[in-house]
Write a protein that binds this ligand. Structure first.
Ligand code: FES
Ligand SMILES: [Fe+2]
Length: 444
């Protein structure tokens, strides 16, 4: 099916057709052309510290098991028994050398091999091809600074190429200190009645909503205020590194301005790590740019100050399962880690003050995409259209990518444009028909 997305995203006007949030056919096509092709975040290597550790997650709508095998390497397999399709692993995480299907007992090693089939001799007469019925592996698995990604597309570019300049900028969050970051134990999981693209859009570039949507957190005094001014006067940029990725940064002229942007409770730690960050990353990434919010295409989002990283698992056009971790510098003091986790839970946890504001917006906007008349009127994404920073390198010679003002929808347009290009890519699906009949025809 051709997606006709050229009619759905109009870059001349910044119009976006609302049906992309509610049309079941578009959602099905996303599973094929976005989620079965892109590199997707599984978690962090720190979630698998020992041999035989595992955790379960999703890639698109497909459940997967991520395992550290006995030899220390990491594998990722469909959490689906090759007999009837039962999930072979029901636990969120643990340590196991094998997974035994609770339906009829087929058993798989944590390297995916089918190792035991009840009645293999008496019932199957040893004819069942064990090698051909192992757990389905992903096509590629790789990590960047501890973040674990996988893809089902054998033809996907290497992870570093997929991330492009986003990787260079991600270092600002992942590589500020020796040892990088770790995910603190525990995952917040919750269901949101919205399409997965709404939260991605929100994190990739919507600095515009903060002073309105989250005003109550500031006015109530619940939220500690940075000393730097709030409202629309932020000095900073929306950075568009390409590939559908994007994030917002604030600009600090000097060290004092970095500290002015820190939340009061983290100021001492910010002061203690600044020299190391500048030493590791240089003055642009270590000092001038303070990452605020961002999204990695297609469905990962981050808040730097909030210390949260998210995956928005698509459950259908109208339902998204949010998973949120708290991430911290591995070498940070324990007290800071505890404080950061508390901060993350209070603001950005399942019922966090900020989260509740955001979720309500996404649910309401999504419900508009379901109304027949409402769908005749597109979303407006024209903020900053034709008003990009003309010469980003004049700001700093090391800057990469395109830049918009801090309040600009340049990143949302970049995200939807990339989405549209992938949706119109009519190559053979990354995961073809794997029935034995189809495979035989392929080979003949
Ligand atoms: S469904 Fe797994 S053994 Fe039958
Ligand atoms: Fe928000």
């Amino acid at each position: 099916m051709k997606s006709h997305v050229e009619h759905l995203m109009d870059l001349k006007w910044g119009d976006l057709d609302r049906s992309i949030f509610s049309d079941p056919q578009i959602f099905e096509l996303e599973l094929e052309r976005i989620f079965a092709r892109c590199w997707l975040l599984l978690g962090h290597e720190s979630m698998l510290p020992k041999p035989n550790d595992f955790f379960t997650t999703y890639m698109g709508r497909d459940p997967v098991i991520v395992t550290r095998k006995a030899d220390g390497s990491i594998g990722c397999y469909l959490n689906m028994c090759r007999h009837r399709g039962n999930r072979v692993c029901r636990a969120d995480a643990g340590n196991a050398r094998a997974f035994s299907c609770p339906f009829h007992g087929w058993t798989f090693g944590n390297d995916g091999r089918l190792t035991n089939v009840p009645g293999y001799k008496e019932i199957y007469l040893e004819k069942l091809d064990l090698d051909a019925h192992g757990l389905v592996p992903v096509a590629k698995i790789d990590s960047y600074k501890g973040l674990l990604f996988a893809t089902f597309d054998q033809n996907a570019p290497p992870l570093l190429e997929f991330l492009g300049d986003m990787a260079w900028y991600l270092d600002m969050m992942l590589d500020r200190r020796e040892g990088g970051v770790e995910f603190l134990p525990g995952i917040h999981k919750w269901l949101v009645h919205t399409n997965w693209k709404f939260p991605v859009d929100n994190f990739i570039g919507d600095s515009y909503h903060g002073p309105v949507s989250h005003k109550s957190a500031w006015v109530s005094g619940f939220e500690g205020m940075p000393r730097r001014k709030s409202g629309y006067g932020y000095e900073g940029f929306q950075v568009n590194p390409g590939g559908g990725h994007g994030f917002g940064v604030r600009w600090a002229e000097n060290r004092e301005q970095v500290f002015e942007m820190s939340l009061p409770e983290f100021l001492d730690y910010e002061k203690s790590r600044l020299d190391e960050a500048i030493h590791r990353l240089g003055d642009l990434r270590g000092m001038h740019l303070s990452p605020m919010h961002g999204s990695i295409f297609p469905n990962v989002s981050l808040l730097w100050q909030g210390g949260t990283i998210r995956v928005w698992h698509p459950k259908g056009p109208k339902l998204t399962e949010a998973w949120g971790w708290c991430f911290v510098d591995k070498n940070a003091p324990d007290e800071y880690k505890r404080e950061k986790a508390l901060h993350m839970v209070q603001r950005h946890g399942t019922s966090g003050t900020w989260e509740a504001d955001d979720v309500d917006n996404w649910v309401q906007c999504h419900s508009s995409s379901e109304g027949y008349v409402a769908r005749r009127y597109p979303q407006n994404l024209e903020m900053g259209l034709g008003d990009e920073i003309e010469d980003p390198r004049a700001i700093h010679p090391d800057i990469r990518g395109r830049l918009g003002k801090f309040q600009s929808e340049i990143n949302q347009r970049g995200f939807y444009q990339h989405w549209a290009e992938l949706m119109d890519d009519t190559r053979v699906p990354a995961v073809p028909d794997m029935s034995r009949r189809a495979c035989q025809q392929e080979g003949s």
